[in-house]
Design a protein around this ligand. Structure first.
Ligand SMILES: Nc1ncnc2c1ncn2[C@@H]1O[C@H](COP(=O)(O)OP(=O)(O)OP(=O)(O)O)[C@@H](O)[C@H]1O
Length: 254
């Protein structure tokens, strides 16, 4: 089922973070000497209470935070893609140009078309972003990340704005894409079920460090599986959420 993990052994990690600090002024230290390894091809979900620094960590790994403190160590692969909650498609560009935007590969267009087909958007290459649904826009955003052939995919609540049914479809799509392309993945989510359904490992950030680190080893990734429910209860407990705090019917979300 689930077990506390130790350090990864064998192949060098895709992500290596050591003693990372980030503060936003006196008394506002968010990351406090954080250590983290993510193996190549490993899918890690990052959960934690609001304001614990999940996005801060992701931004540091994405190279989007120039002010991250000078001490500590962050090593990531050369090829990193980031997917956010909003698709961040450029509204003045059609979908295919959006997907290949910034790519200097000579076969970028072919790659873009292939990526769009992989996410189920073949035939929508010439659509404008506003002509796509929210779920389709996130698919296009995933296609854009694939074009870069990332060794590391960073995703900050990419499905947070989608309805429940679309989320389930996106989970299946993301799992399929990850099985095909095998990037290391760090997914920030508030949804404990999403974390368990998708990830090889779930880590919980608290007080600026990795507070809990569990490997997901379930026979079935179904919320109906008792082992799934047990892991969910364990993680919710670690988050300080107790069953009576969660409204009936919403027992999946933290
Ligand atoms: N640019 C900034 N300037 C000042 N404070 C910041 C900045 N960015 C983040 N913070 C603070 O750092 C803390 C962590 O923010 P962060 O967005 O990383 O949390 P989070 O865990 O992703 O939260 P949530 O789950 O609510 O999205 C928060 O208290 C936030 O106010």
């Amino acid at each position: 089922m689930a077990a506390d993990t130790g350090r990864l052994t064998g192949t060098p990690p895709a992500v290596r973070v050591r003693d990372l600090y980030r503060d936003f002024g006196p008394g506002r230290t968010v990351l406090r000497g954080l250590d983290l390894d993510v193996a190549p091809g490993e899918f890690v979900a990052l959960i934690g209470r609001s304001g614990t620094g999940k996005s801060t960590l992701l931004r540091a790994l994405a190279g989007l935070d120039r002010d991250v403190a000078g001490h500590g160590e962050v090593t990531v692969p050369d090829s990193v893609s980031v997917v956010f909650q909003d698709s961040r498609l450029l509204p003045w560009k059609r979908i295919l140009p959006n997907v290949v935007f910034g790519s200097r590969a000579p076969d970028a267009v072919v790659r873009g078309e292939r990526a769009l087909a992989e996410v189920g958007l073949a035939g929508r290459e010439r659509a404008w972003p506003h002509e796509l649904s929210g779920g389709e826009q996130q698919r296009a955003s995933l296609a854009r990340s694939l074009v870069r052939q990332p060794e590391l995919l960073l995703a900050d609540e990419p499905f947070g704005a989608l309805d429940a049914l679309t989320r389930i479809r996106m989970h299946a799509l993301l799992r399929r894409l990850c099985e095909t392309h095998r990037p290391a993945v760090l997914l920030v989510t508030h949804d404990v079920d999403e974390a368990i359904v998708l990830a090889d490992r779930v880590i919980l950030l608290d007080d600026g460090v990795v507070h809990t680190d569990v490997r997901v080893e379930l026979p079935h990734r179904s919320p109906a599986d008792p082992a799934f429910a047990e892991l969910r209860a364990y993680l919710l407990d670690r988050l300080g959420v107790h069953d009576e705090d969660v409204p009936a019917g919403r027992r999946a979300a933290a």
